[in-house]
Design a protein around this ligand. Structure first.
Ligand code: AMP
Length: 190
């Protein structure tokens, strides 16, 4: 099963993606985690993307598309989290999945208001000390989400593939809503 999860930073997307992946024994493909790991390793990729992550900007599309192509070539099923974030990335994803015969089964959207997202991100900044969670960087990331990632949401909505879920409840409530949304489109819970 191939599930894409979309939503702004602070929507709980990473947490829910991990839960779906664990419950269904699927790999959690999270581009943000991969990039942070590259930064921590000090690899060439890491050195290149570190300043971009620190500003909360987006890594160039061609680099992200190459990274994800390598990864998805190796996986039959996955929960994809953090990609695509722009229309060119979405077009590349759809083309590459069509080419390898692995279409998406479901596209989830976690919906939360900006104020809720900002409150959660500030709380996480205090707990984890992520350098991309300062107020300026949070604002930049949300701005880029509205400007560049919302068109991706609309693309999947127009294709009739989008499953919107209220992301403002507790972790368990949101997980339950996701399970119901997936069941409604015939993606069994386990
Ligand atoms: P995330 O953990 O998904 O919020 O990602 C953390 C950071 O990694 C983002 O703020 C971007 O700088 C970068 N990043 C992750 N995924 C992508 C992507 N698909 N396109 C561009 N940049 C990305």
């Amino acid at each position: 099963m191939r599930i894409l999860i979309l939503g702004p930073q602070g929507s709980g997307k990473g947490t829910q993606a991990k839960r779906i992946a664990a419950q269904r024994s699927l790999p959690h493909v999270a581009t943000g985690d991969n990039l942070r790991a590259a930064v921590a390793d000090g690899s060439e990729l890491g050195r290149r993307v570190q300043p971009i992550l620190e500003r909360g900007d987006l890594v160039p599309d061609d680099l992200m598309i190459d990274l994800i192509r390598d990864r998805l070539d190796r996986e039959d099923a996955f929960v994809l989290d953090g990609f695509p974030r722009t229309l060119p990335q979405a077009e590349a994803l759809d083309a590459m999945l069509a080419e390898i015969g692995k279409p998406l089964d479901a596209v989830l959207l976690l919906e939360v208001d900006d104020e809720v997202a900002v409150g959660r991100l500030e709380a996480r900044a205090a707990e984890e000390g992520r350098t991309d969670d300062s107020p300026e960087v949070i604002a930049n990331r949300l701005r880029l989400y509205h400007q560049l990632t919302e068109p991706v949401v609309e693309r999947y909505r127009a294709k009739g593939m989008l499953l919107p879920v209220d992301g403002e409840g507790t972790m368990d409530e949101v997980a339950e809503e996701i399970a119901v949304a997936l069941e409604n489109v015939g993606v069994a819970s386990r």
